[in-house]
Design a binder for this molecule. Sequence first.
Ligand code: TYD
Length: 208
Amino acid sequence: MKKRGLFITFEGIDGCGKTTQLSLLRDYLVNKGYDVIITREPGGNHQLGKDIRNILLYTKCELDDKAEMFLFLADRAQHINKFILPNLKEGKIVLCDRHTDSTLAYQGYGRGQNLEEIIYLNDIATNNIKPDLTFLYDIDVETSNLRVGNEKDRMENTGSIFLEKVRLGYLNIAQNNPESIKIINAVNPIEIVFKDTKKYVEDALKKI
Ligand code: TYD
């Protein structure tokens, strides 16, 4: 068993299939003998996160854009310090469904909040702990709408123009960070997407 942990995050617009890939990867790594933890933002593995997630996705109140941003950040601070970091210190592989790039893409590019401020606040929330590897599962907005269907939560109800901004934002973020963020064409069938995912993970495992 490896001594040092590995932190991998999964990003993309709604319906991109990242959760399916995360769970395929978990099974694959567990089969290889790794100690793997899966979690998500908002609301991963701590009660505060579950409470915040409820507000973010289901509040009937008209949430101010900055209040929304700080709720995602509050969830992240609690999550990284109380859950992710302790697990990494124990040498585990942590697979996290959404993380800092979601806030940049959704609140920054999508809602129009200041990008530099979000980068700064993300660093504060995470104590500068960065993922070793991030996957961006890229799909077009039409595919997203078809996959998500009609049962939408508050964030999913924001419409196609918003989602297009988020998608382009994500691509921008990834193009600016080619070393750490891998763009994967997630319109492809699940097996192909997983093959692409696995390749990068194998490379990352060689380095720990
Ligand atoms: P979730 O049900 O977890 O959606 P998904 O399965 O697509 O990940 O809902 C999370 C929603 O919150 C999703 O629409 C993206 C959004 N979000 C942000 O806007 N900013 C963030 O920082 C995070 C973590 C998520």
